[in-house]
Design a protein around this ligand. Structure first.
Ligand SMILES: Cc1ncc(COP(=O)(O)O)c(C=O)c1O
Length: 445
């Protein structure tokens, strides 16, 4: 069992790797380099133990370095390293699809595998367009996302996403896309635990878009049940139900992007269950393998799947897929991960811990510059007021101070600190994370 940093050579020159979504020059002048991880901790290349307040990146719900997952991957690599997923298959892919479908709300019984959340979002959007076309509704081509939504970085996901910095350098993106407004309103929702009371009526904006574009031009609406990447924005009470009613009324497909909320983050296998809403598709990734191998996928309603299963039996039904769809190592990791979730009842554990987690995070409300805190499931967003250098600078300072000076890892979105620890987190560790974050907030005041 790993209990300290393994010895690793750190290259002198870090220039060759152009890091994703990273301030490369700042990183390379003071690197945050990780060498190992076990349970609730990362180990750094300089021998420190850092508590993981971020489940890696919303991925490692069962904590790090799980032997069961590591040995499943190793066994799989020795037995069957790769199998072509087009026209061939491996039993583990079918088993994993069934296990995921069992966890999902009834009716979402089919899984299309890919390798990331971005691919899952693009896959779901493509399935929506193709479904309407084979149903004789080829004029349903519009896609609707939401401001402050994040659906990865493919052209589809970027287009329906609502983050200006992710969009503005990449041309016109997909045409025919519109956006609902964000569900966040600080004046009406500040310091909400769980789903804010105010804001269900924001779903009615979809009626406005339907009136503007015509219902029969709209293929799908995609939303996150809790917008994670833009700072933990839980949807208001009743909002998703209303969105479901309106989409259903107009024959528009509803896609939940559960790349973050899937696999226990909100105390349920999927947030759709927490909110009692049955979408037409659910995208997932991250927690499906506990982050130990890249995998994503789309859960699809029977009616949609079955609509494709017509025509000649020897003909490909959907011209879409990836070389690494249902990769053997990812399937092995996924099956071992789902065993751990089941055996350790981690989703239930998260649900039971939620009130205490929320209280602990809310205790930060009187720390300097804290202007809002939101919590839902085992996730929290803490908004800090920007400093004199402009938006994002204080948040970035907090990330660095947390890692270098206080041995805590968190996520940031601008000046929002996101806490989203592995679901194995103990109450004492929640306390430790909060103490450390309080010190960080004071350090960047
Ligand atoms: C809701 C949501 N969708 C899609 C993605 C993209 O996932 P990936 O980075 O695996 O492509 C993310 C990543 O954080 C996400 O939070």
């Amino acid at each position: 069992m790993l209990d300290k940093s393994p010895a690793l050579n750190v290259p002198n020159d870090l220039a060759a790797f152009w890091m994703p979504f990273t301030a490369n020059r700042a990183f390379k002048s003071a690197p945050r380099l990780l060498a190992g991880a076990k349970d609730m901790h990362y180990f750094t290349t300089d021998g420190r133990k850092v508590i993981d307040g971020a489940a890696g990146m919303w991925c490692c719900n069962a904590g790090h370095g799980r032997d069961q997952i590591a040995s499943a991957i190793a066994r799989q690599a020795e037995t069957l390293d790769f199998a072509p997923p087009f026209q061939f298959g491996i039993p583990q892919a079918f088993e994993l699809a069934s296990r995921i479908a069992e966890l999902a709300p009834k009716g979402l019984d089919h899984v299309f595998f890919c390798n990331s959340g971005s691919e899952a979002a693009d896959t779901a959007l493509k399935i929506a367009l193709a479904y309407h076309q084979i149903n004789g509704h080829g004029d349903r081509i519009r896609l609707i996302g939401r401001e402050r939504g994040y659906h990865g970085v493919g052209f589809g996901g970027t287009s329906v996403g609502g983050i200006v910095s992710n969009r503005k350098m990449f041309g016109t993106l997909l045409t025919g896309v519109d956006h609902l407004q964000s569900t966040y309103n600080r004046d009406k929702q500040a310091f909400s635990k769980g789903e804010p009371e105010w804001g269900a009526e924001l779903a009615d904006e979809l009626e406005r878009l339907v009136n503007l574009h015509g219902a029969n031009t709209i293929a799908a609406v995609i939303v996150e049940p809790m917008a994670g990447s833009t700072g933990v924005l839980p949807t208001p009470k009743g909002y998703l139900k209303r969105l479901r009613e309106i989409t259903q009324k107009h024959g528009i497909l509803l896609i939940f992007d559960e790349v973050i909320t899937g696999f226990g983050r909100l105390g349920y296998a999927f947030a759709a269950e927490r909110y009692g809403v049955l979408p037409d598709m659910i995208t997932f990734a991250k927690g499906v393998t506990n982050g130990a191998a890249p995998m994503g996928g789309v859960l699809v309603r029977d009616t949609i799947h079955d609509a494709f299963m017509t025509g000649p039996a020897n003909a490909v039904e959907l011209f879409h897929g990836y070389t690494y769809s249902a990769h053997p190592l990812a399937c092995a990791a996924g099956l071992a991960t789902l065993d751990i979730y089941r055996d350790e009842k981690l989703f239930e554990r998260a649900k039971n811990l939620e009130p205490k987690f929320a209280d602990a995070v809310m205790s930060l409300r009187n720390e300097p510059n804290v202007v809002d805190i939101r919590t839902v499931g085992i996730t929290a967003g803490i908004d800090l007021a920007p400093n004199e250098n402009g938006p994002g600078d204080r948040g970035f300072a907090a990330l660095r101070s947390g890692f270098h000076d206080h041995d805590v890892m968190m996520r940031i979105a601008g000046d929002t600190l996101a806490l989203t620890p592995p679901l194995i987190v103990g109450e004492d560790q929640v306390g430790e994370i909060i103490d450390k974050v309080a010190r960080v907030i004071r350090a960047v005041a």
